[in-house]
Design a protein around this ligand. Structure first.
Ligand code: GLN
Length: 555
């Protein structure tokens, strides 16, 4: 029997460490988020921590086609897309102490060494780097003041890169044995030639974990199909985990069903018992269930075209590169009682004439999401012009707002050759530029790069689409960009009809641009990334307004 199965035990803050066995890509992040969700639904306060074992100091420098979207927190920390799922599942903001990479840890240790903080000792991976991890995990728990911290250790068992993190978890467990649980997310293959689910790779993975001095308390058995009782029993004996602690996790169509499925197996009950914690009698998942059901119900659709850049590696990766945008569309569409049908359009195809821009007419709404660099830029501008002239609801996210401004400057204000200096530093009309005072401010705050990152306040203008959508004057959303609307062009643009409906409180930075409803049903761009704040149970007001406009076009 597990050492935690005997019910209530006293202790302090609880930790659940989630580790992946057998192979990557089986949904460890969603399993972690779902564990957090089912515990939160029982009234516990939960924080989730993601550990990425790579040496990048943050996720900001990684190519989205390879690594998926970079998710920015309120604090401005650039993190992995799993953090987005955590925030969406928990419906709460996470802090910078809830994310760490090996690069971040080593960086801190090396800084301390340079500052002579190790008192002349030889600084080593063990204990110094490991203890830095232990310290940070404890700090995260302390900061969150939560009942339980669920920590996802990235990578797979057997990797070199996550060994120190597993060892840090072992040490925390050693210090507080009754306050820690280990969950292994494993995979059970069903080889086509055999047609039978195999548990051996999982057995081996558990042994591998045992080699680190860690015994899993729970197994989450990912597979194409549910794990049957026979295999569960067999696995239980082989890996020394009680059968009721082996949770079957078959493939699902919608990730939002995972916590619901976990609860069908009474996961929160079993976890609470193992942790020696009391929760609310009933699980408060009704709203979530209602939301999750939308993925399966409803026949009416809304057709959205996303004109973007990160397409090189095919659709699979693409959806990762714009993950939060897709989810934000879903949440608002579900709330409106419809299903989104999302198409990917490569801006370069429009630019090169491979795709006629007029083919965009079939969409109820068009989005140009965030991006960097010049690939497909003229294709995006052509898209925006087409959406404006044909009154197709258009939503520009960050780059999509900057290019909407460029398009307006070129074709309505008549500023020939207007551009962002990101593309043409010699443009006669730098309507989007890096502002000198911004440069100074950014330098003072010592951001890794030179980007405006994280949540910034914004004030909305009365009588605009943005103001109506948010229903209040002061808002805050998350940024990740270097360039801004050039204040020298604001007057000209405004005179020509572009409305800057959101500005920074000092009025220097243009945060939202839109056209009046009398001119266009929905032509709006945000300098920030509203998608980063869209949640299943709290869809983003601007996505709601965009979807509403798209549905109106459909009627
Ligand atoms: N490339 C633009 C900038 O740096 C937009 C960035 C973005 O869309 N996230 O300002």
């Amino acid at each position: 029997m597990s050492r935690f199965s005997n019910g209530a035990r006293k202790g302090g803050h609880k930790y659940i460490f989630v580790i992946g066995g057998v192979m990557s890509g089986v949904g460890k992040g969603i399993a972690t988020a779902s564990i957090g969700k089912v515990l939160a639904a029982r009234g516990l306060s939960v924080n989730l921590v993601k550990i990425d074992p790579y040496l990048n100091v943050d996720a900001g420098t990684m190519n989205p086609t390879e690594h998926g979207e970079c998710f920015v927190l309120d604090s401005g920390l650039e993190t992995d897309q799993d953090m987005g799922n955590y925030e969406r599942f928990l419906n709460r903001d996470l802090g910078p102490e809830d994310y760490m990479t090996s690069g971040m840890i080593y960086n801190a240790v090396i800084q301390k060494e340079r500052n002579l903080e190790y008192g002349g000792k030889c600084v080593e991976a063990v204990p110094h780097v490991r203890d830095e991890i232990v310290g940070r995990l404890k700090k995260s728990a302390e900061k969150a003041q939560s009942d339980v911290t669920v920590v996802e250790i990235g990578g797979t068992l057997g990797d070199f890169s996550n060994a120190l993190f597993i060892d840090a978890a072992r040490v925390i467990h050693l210090q507080n044995p009754s306050d820690c649980l280990f969950v292994m997310v494993s995979y059970m293959p069903i080889p086509g030639t055999i047609g039978e689910m195999k548990t051996k790779p999982t057995q081996n993975a558990v042994r591998q974990l045992n080699g680190y001095g860690v015994q899993p308390d729970f197994l989450i058995a990912r597979a194409a199909m549910p794990l049957d009782e026979k295999r569960k029993e067999k696995l239980a004996i082989q890996v020394n985990v009680p059968a009721q602690h082996i949770i079957s996790a078959p493939d699902v169509d919608s990730i939002y069903d995972v916590p619901i499925n976990f609860e069908r197996d009474h996961l929160s009950d079993i976890l609470l018992k193992a942790l020696g914690k009391r929760g609310k009698q009933d699980s408060d998942m009704n709203e979530w269930k209602k939301f999750a059901a939308h993925a399966h119900n409803g026949r009416k659709t809304v057709k959205i075209g996303i004109v973007g850049k990160y397409f090189d590696t095919g659709d699979f990766v693409l959806s990762d590169a714009y993950l939060s945008v897709i989810e934000a569309i879903k949440f608002s569409a579900y709330e409106a009682g419809v299903k989104p049908e999302i198409d990917w359009i490569n801006a370069k195809d429009i630019q090169d004439g491979k795709l006629d821009v007029a083919s965009l007419k079939k969409y109820d709404g068009i989005i140009v999401p965030g991006g960097f660099g010049e690939t497909g830029i003229e294709g995006k501008i052509a898209t925006i012009k087409f959406a404006r002239e044909n009154k197709i609801p258009y939503f520009g996210l960050c780059y999509g707002m900057q290019l909407m401004t460029v398009e307006y400057a070129r074709h309505v204000v008549g500023l020939k050759g207007a551009n962002t200096t990101e593309i043409n530093p010699k443009t006669p009309h730098p309507v989007i530029d890096i502002l000198p005072e911004q440069k100074e401010k950014l330098a003072k705050k010592d951001y890794g790069g030179s980007m405006r990152l994280g949540a910034y306040p914004c004030e909305l203008k009365e009588g605009t689409i943005a103001r109506a959508a948010y229903g209040k004057k002061e808002i805050s959303d998350r940024h990740r960009h270097r360039y801004e609307v050039n204040p020298e062009y604001v007057e000209q643009l405004e005179k020509a009809g572009l409305v800057f409906s959101g500005k920074s409180p000092d009025r220097k930075l243009m945060e939202i641009a839109e056209l009046p409803k009398s001119v266009h049903p929905f032509m709006l761009g945000t300098q920030f990334h509203p998608e980063l704040r869209a949640r299943p149970l709290a869809p983003h007001p601007l996505f709601d307004a965009f979807i509403a406009a798209a549905l109106e076009r459909k009627l």
